[in-house]
Design a protein around this ligand. Structure first.
Ligand code: SAM
Length: 278
């Protein structure tokens, strides 16, 4: 039986006012709030204004643009070795199971959660499109975004090298997504939920872009006892989750059907955007 192909691309929206953007030569324009977003090496950049402006009110005093900029710079630096680095870190952190195949295991978790989904999928804080590249298909376009241009460029290199189609990348941050409401049929988020300063704010913005009932597939970490895990927990830029609090955060952000699975300190879970109450 042939696969149904539905590749209608999603248009980007202004991350500030959420109105559709008009495209021109190497830029996207917002006629509503008069903003211009440049497309740099094929990657729409929705962050340059914020990065130039300094403190951004969207973080509500929780985190400054400086913190995000610093993290983006660090991620730019590790981008070329990131996928190798993930496997090594997973091995050192004492996680159970076959850590060398960590990326394959998480990719297969995402595929299972998204089973039957043929519409567009959001890849939250995609890095070098680690998972977006692995779950995209002709019928399932993936829209990845990240704050690190280095990660996104590395993603473009892999996509070109492996001749992958259906992956679209943009520089944006999870707190202000460049998409209209309810455009995605699913979302994945790996290795990053613990990096967002305000979990509910991030989840709420992801939920805004999802259709009712759409699945969210996440890999993150819980607190553990290994030396690396303990030292990571002392870092101010990272937090680990307690399951009860996470479930509360998800509910507050508009998700339901929380299904967690633990493997050592690795937490994978699925949830669904809540259906409207009748
Ligand atoms: C550990 S990497 C995970 C990358 C990829 N999802 C994976 O699992 O391989 C975390 C990513 O989160 C991105 N990130 C951190 N804070 C972010 C934010 N507020 N908005 C968007 N991306 C963010 C970083 O730039 C980095 O690429």
């Amino acid at each position: 039986m042939s696969e149904t192909v539905s590749t209608k691309p999603i248009s980007f929206a202004c991350p500030k006012c959420k109105r559709p953007l008009r495209s021109g030569d190497n830029a996207l324009y917002c006629s509503e709030c008069n903003r211009t977003y440049l497309i740099v090496d094929g990657i729409p950049d929705f962050l340059s204004e914020d990065f130039q402006a300094g403190i951004s009110p969207v973080f509500g005093g929780i985190s400054s643009t400086t913190t995000i900029k610093r993290m983006a710079r660090q991620m730019d630096f590790v981008a070329p070795i990131y996928e190798f680095f993930v496997s090594t870190l997973v091995k050192l952190s004492g996680i159970h199971g076959d850590s060398a195949r960590f990326i394959d295991r998480i990719a297969s978790f995402h595929s299972k959660t998204l089973k039957g989904i043929t519409g567009p999928v959001l890849d939250v804080a995609c890095g070098p499109a680690t998972y977006g590249r692995r779950i995209a298909s002709p019928s399932r376009n993936v829209y990845g975004f990240d704050i690190s241009m280095g990660m996104l460029r590395q993603g473009m290199t892999y996509i070109g090298r492996d001749n992958i189609s259906g992956v679209h990348l943009a520089r944006a941050r999870v707190e202000e997504l460049p998409f209209e409401n309810a455009v995605f049929d699913g979302a994945i988020c790996s290795g990053s939920l613990h990096l967002f300063p305000d979990t509910v704010l991030a989840l709420r913005e992801i939920a805004r872009t999802l259709k009712a009932g759409a699945p969210l597939s996440v890999q993150t970490f819980v607190a553990g006892k290994t030396v690396i895990n303990r030292s990571l927990q002392k870092q101010s830029w990272l937090h680990t989750f307690a399951l009860g609090k996470l479930q509360q955060d998800l509910t507050e952000a508009g998700f339901e059907e929380f299904k967690p699975t633990l493997d050592g300190i690795v937490l994978t879970f699925s949830a669904h955007k809540a259906m409207p109450r009748t």
